[in-house]
Write a protein that binds this ligand. Sequence first.
Ligand code: V4E
Length: 223
Amino acid sequence: MISLMSVEVERKFVFSADTLKKLDEIGAVCVGQQQFQDQYFDTPQFNLTLRDMWLRKRKGCWELKCSMAELSRAKETGGEQFKAAALCTRYKEITNLPEIQLRVQEVIKDRDTETSPLLQDESWLSTMNLVCFADFTTVRRSFTLEEEGVQIDLDQADFGYQVGEVEVVVPQGGDMQSALERIDRTAQKLGLTGDKRVEGKMHVYLKRNHPEHYAKLLSERIL
Ligand code: V4E
């Protein structure tokens, strides 16, 4: 199957009331606020998330986020550029449902699944033994910083956690290095000084609601 896949590069950050002021000062433009529900699915054995694959339904659409080779070697090499890159995550984003089903089936292939999943309904979930393990709603304010071509999201999750992210979507074959540099420059403009990765919504959700799943992902160094 020929597919065009984009890579989402992002850096999360802790934000405060001050961040809004800062966004305004650097010329970021608010492009809207939205609310969405995320439902994440996995097998009861966590076959997907233990491979750093995140299947979710958002606004009626299916999305699968798959890890790229993380920049672990870069982290060890040191250097400012590599340090900045190590603060970013890179995930392939697949939104084409037949391809999502194919990828999931590859992982769960030891199970006796049907060869052609039904696309019309959601019976493929039970066929592949997928159950919802996380369900939460986010209010997101989005900004763009045109000069860097980045999007900045400020998320407030309904379970009482807020987190920001600077994000660039790189089309297949696009310039990854440039994306990392634009994210780093934006972070500097926003005055983000932290050198540690910030926990995403899922970290906090799992820690609170599924501590065993969380511990497993931590020990496998997925989270
Ligand atoms: C990739 C991933 C998960 C799936 C959710 O990804 P995330 O970017 O955190 O959520 P969200 O709502 O901001 O998605 P968007 O709207 O940007 O597509 S859950 C955990 N991971 C892995 C992961 C990780 N290991 N480290 C960090 C900092 N983030 C995510």
